[in-house]
Design a protein around this ligand. Sequence first.
Ligand code: FMN
Length: 370
Amino acid sequence: MPNQIEKRKTDHIQICLEENVQARHVTTGFDDVCLIHKALPEIDRNKINPSTVVLNHKFSAPLIVEAMTGGTAEATKINVAIAQAIEQLGLGMGVGSQRAAIENPKLESSFKIVREKAPTAFLIANIGGPQIARRHGVKDAEKTVKMINADALAIHLNSLQEAVQPEGETNYKGVLNKIKEIAQALDVPVIVKETGAGISAEEAKILENAGVAAIDVAGAGGTSWAAVEYHRAKKLQDKYRQRLGETFWDWGIPTAVSVVEATQSVHLTVIASGGVRLGIDIAKALALGADLAGLALPILRPAMKGSEEVKKELQLIIEELRNTLFLVGADSVQKLKEVPVVITGKTADWLRARGFQPEAYARQRAKTKD
Ligand SMILES: Cc1cc2nc3c(=O)[nH]c(=O)nc-3n(C[C@H](O)[C@H](O)[C@H](O)COP(=O)(O)O)c2cc1C
């Protein structure tokens, strides 16, 4: 008999595979972020090096597969497919919340298998903010890291999901203190990640002061957990929760905005995620100052088919990134930090209203005449 957490995880995967769970009216903001085409790139596309070193680890491209799953037989299959693909490609991945395996050690194998299949890749353990606050923070955190011999621990923040799901843990009191304790105690870097609603400049600063090593913004514009819970509530004929899911479907800070808010206010490693779908999105996120990009939902379907499908999808995204680098004349991802970026529309308005200067990303004024 599957327990409640396992059943919920299975429902989430099924809903993400079958229903529209992406933002409807809010976008990531990447459409407002324009890289300037360089007609004379003066570089050889074949010599472009997309590799990068982040958190002391070399990634063949600035890309990770974000935390999704674990704890069930289906999850094991998904985790194996992703792990094999990222090991072969030299990328990284996060596992889904390990809470169920902490409560029931029988479920550990669905997570442990990830390290077996990806012995050298960058692996990120995962645990929820409210859970560490309610249980033994440091002890649980250490257990999750050890379980997969992880290179980092992600503590996820999901207040939006908790607020719209029937069994939500809506007491966030004490989460920050536990994050502080864990960041101090662990000997691997701690990443604090959102799950689709973004992280603001103020929160990024608080997290920096708490001693975390990195922030994964997971902003709005991609997978919406309010949408996932909307579909779940609909299946359960829970009209009250269905309404909550619908109301908050598009809640959150758009990913491009959140990347600027974070990178402009802290000196931490910043991972851009939430609706990152194309290699162009990755290039834009890095040009805005992010160090890595991550994506979850687009990898779920290929992962159901196996590691070759995951590999194909990731390789395509890396080729798109390579093309973008070529077209802006950058022969490395580091050079993206110097290319001019034009930020327009709602994203520019939002940033200006928050005291940032979108114009500064143009790097230099275009000159046509001396
Ligand atoms: C099926 C599924 C399960 C997820 N489970 C977790 C989880 O257990 N822990 C976590 O931190 N994030 C989880 N996420 C959130 C993702 O890691 C990511 O932050 C979010 O989906 C935004 O990225 P996307 O728009 O590329 O999907 C999950 C996402 C999906 C699609």
